[in-house]
Ligand binder design. Structure first.
Ligand code: ADP
Ligand code: ADP
Ligand code: MG
Length: 667
């Protein structure tokens, strides 16, 4: 076994690898960018080396520098994690040439699967079933359009070099083909430096079922069963599980054997995932791609097999045979993973950035696992993937795992940036997911229930918010009194209004539905809280730091309260409610103008300017396209008008909030 390894990655996966290395007594070398100087993976490793500035090209993608550091530190092997250089055949070859073990497949296997098109040509020869499509080298747009027509709409355009859902476009009608092709090519070129695409039949109700394979250097290959990753948004995984619901033993074996054949066809070694798309109507499955690395969702496989896949990777990389044979591998129970992201489900899952002001997580155990690279106080920056954590749970069967997941999600407390936690909770609780009848359209189909837009706080929530405020006011007054010279001053009397039955307190909160006024009357040791026409008898039973125990019309419950700037964050009824405190007289109700903002929603690069100065535009007309983090964002006209001035050109970088275009609107 190795004595020392270097981990050429960051975030949760770097932490994950360090964890296993430590258990095996292997010393670890971490690397970091300037933005990550204080990151968790840096602190966990035995030593950590600076690579360079935040941008991956200036840090985590510097192959030569990584190899240099490995040499200097005496690391015998490099674990690439996922993303970054993990599927870079040149890097794998350079490691080999430098006498450092690349913990992954041989460079030739990465090359074979690196291009989705070339991989499909290879798989076709190995008799692995493929989705009907075109994956040739000729990229003439007219030819691609003809191929699309031959395949039959809807079709899917994919970047050959693609990954992470980038450069992927669904085309419903022939009319849209040319513009969608251009967009896919643009994204592909920006993300992968290669605008080659393939076109294939778009299956309308498929499932994403993938097989975990493992091969050693002695010609053995096994499969560690399947994962269902059908629950996706923007073609990217949100919830993953193992085993796949409803999978028959016969189909599992058939898919497993096919995946092993695919791996053998390219002389594979190490951990790999063969992704299939499964037609729910016919049960037929087709090869989609092979990811030649450890996958984000590998923990669900670990939970049901009881194996440590990073340990397997390390053993295989130093020449040991596979720890188990196919016949000794077993599925035990059911595991689910939820990817907790900094993103806004109400804005088409736009990645969010900011500081994790508060990050409280559910308790971990043998059944609840959290893989994360961040701690409270860390930033989610625009430079890297906005994943906060992976929450993985195990149960003896799927319903048990679901219950555990629901509970764990409800225990998350994140303040400071927008997350998908409530969306995940709603998805896990939704009957469509609970029934196990999943497909890749699940989120889109149930969007309205999973992502309720502008959720107005209920009277119960407002009542709890009012109690929190009253407790807060009382506490502040109490503090002032104990610190003031004249403790008897009426100005310092916290309970003053409580003594007078007629006294009431008027509080104002603002939520997505506007100004919410709450009137609290003191009555018999409790309150009557009035919200619009509704009256609720309430009692504040206990107020400890950050937690309220309340009685709402006879129903006792606990709510977590976090004050952040002028916001009140309330965690109750399994949801995160955000209310702004305001004074209607002082603050006024300033009109919100960000609905059709012509400002950059986050730092990014202008990739297309779709209009010219002086041009008349209609409301909703796309004006400019921005590439930020993992996707393209189209900035559209908030109202009809005339383009006055273009402030940026293609290729320019813009900061968050930068005005992109001047528009003279008619209103
Ligand atoms: P895929 O989406 O390609 O099928 P995964 O579900 O395993 O495979 O997701 C891997 C994705 O994670 C990559 O496409 C990459 O964009 C992204 N990624 C890369 N590096 C990191 C990282 N250090 N932390 C989190 N995500 C990363
Ligand atoms: P990536 O490299 O981004 O992971 P994939 O080829 O694995 O790209 O596809 C990502 C997702 O897109 C799949 O998980 C699936 O949900 C969807 N998808 C891919 N191909 C098809 C198809 N032919 N029909 C319908 N959906 C597809
Ligand atoms: Mg994929």
């Amino acid at each position: 076994m190795f004595d020392k390894i270097l981990i050429a990655n960051r975030g949760e996966i770097a932490c994950r690898v360090i964890h296993t290395a430590r258990q095996l007594g292997i010393r670890t070398v971490a690397v970091y960018s300037e933005a990550d100087a204080a990151a968790r993976h840096v602190k966990l490793a035995d030593e950590a080396w600076l690579l360079g500035p935040a941008a991956p090209k200036a840090s985590y993608l510097l192959g030569d520098k990584l190899i240099d550091i490995a040499r200097q530190t005496g690391a015998q092997a490099i674990h690439p994690g996922y993303g970054f250089l993990s599927e870079n055949e040149d890097f794998a070859a350079a490691c080999e040439a430098a006498g450092i073990v690349f913990i992954g497949p041989p460079a030739s296997s990465i090359a074979a699967m690196g291009s989705k098109s070339a991989a499909k040509q290879l798989m076709e020869r190995a008799q692995v079933p493929l989705v009907p499509g075109y994956h040739g080298d000729d990229q003439d747009p007219a030819l691609l359009a003809r191929e699309a027509a031959r395949i039959g709409f809807p079709v899917l355009i994919k970047a050959s070099a693609g990954g992470g859902g980038k450069g992927m476009k669904i085309v419903e009608h022939a009319d849209d083909f040319a513009s969608q092709l251009a967009s896919a090519q643009r994204e592909a070129l920006a993300s992968f430096g290669d605008d080659k695409v393939l076109v294939e039949k778009y299956l309308t109700k498929p499932r994403h079922v993938e097989i975990q394979v493992f091969a050693d250097q002695h010609g053995q290959c096994v499969y560690l069963f399947e994962r269902d990753c059908s629950v996706q948004r923007r073609h990217q995984k949100v919830l993953e599980e193992a085993p796949a619901p409803g999978m028959s033993e016969a189909q599992r074996q058939q898919m497993g054997d096919t995946a092993c054949n695919a791996a053998k066809a390219i002389g594979y070694v190490g951990a790999g995932t063969v992704e299939f798309i499964l037609d729910t109507l016919t049960g037929a499955f087709y090869f989609m791609e092979m990811n030649t690395r450890l996958q984000v969702e590998h923990p669900v496989t670990e939970m049901i097999t009881g194996q440590d896949l990073v340990e397997w990777q390390l053993r295989v990389a130093c020449g040991e045979p596979l720890p188990l044979s196919q016949s000794t591998l077993r599925i035990h129970g059911h595991a689910l993973e939820a990817r907790i992201y900094a993103e806004d489900p109400t804005k088409d899952f736009l990645p969010a950035i900011g500081k994790l002001q508060v990050l409280r997580t559910p308790a971990t155990s043998a059944q609840v696992r959290i893989d994360s690279g961040v701690v409270e106080g860390d930033e989610i920056s625009p430079y890297y993937d906005p994943m906060i954590a992976k929450l993985i749970v195990w149960g003896e069967d799927r319903p048990a795992a679901l219950r555990r997941m629901r509970q764990a999600l409800a225990e998350y407390r994140i303040v400071g940036l927008t997350t998908n936690v409530d969306f995940l909770a709603a998805t896990v609780a939704h009957p469509a997911f609970a029934s196990g009848d999943v497909d890749t359209g699940l989120i889109a189909r149930h969007r309205a229930e999973l992502i309720p837009d502008a959720l107005a706080a209920s009277p119960q929530v407002l009542a709890i918010a009012a109690l929190a405020e009253l407790a807060n006011i009382a506490q502040m007054a109490e503090q002032r009194r104990t610190h003031s010279d004249d403790p008897t001053s009426p100005w310092n009397d916290a309970a003053g209004w409580r003594l007078n039955e007629a006294t009431h307190v008027e509080l104002h909160f603002r939520d997505t539905s506007g100004d919410r006024a709450v009137l609290a009357h003191y009555r018999n040791g409790g309150f009557i809280i009035e919200i619009a026409e509704e009256k609720i008898m309430c009692e504040l039973l206990q107020a400890t730091d950050g937690q309220l125990r309340v009685n709402l019309a006879g129903r006792q419950l606990t709510a977590d309260i976090i004050h952040h700037e002028n916001e009140l964050h309330l965690f109750v009824f399994g949801q995160h409610h955000i209310l702004q405190r305001f004074d209607p007289v002082l603050d006024g109700l300033d009109e919100q103008d960000d609905a059709g903002s012509l400002r950059a929603p986050m730092p990014g690069t202008v990739v297309a300017v779709l209009v010219a100065a002086g041009q008349p535009v209609e409301k909703g007309q796309p004006l400019i396209v921005l590439e930020a983090m993992k996707m393209e964002h189209t900035i559209a006209a908030p109202a009809a008008g005339l383009v006055a001035e273009l402030l940026y050109q293609v290729g320019e970088r813009v900061n968050e909030g930068t005005e992109l275009i001047l528009l003279n609107t008619e209103t």
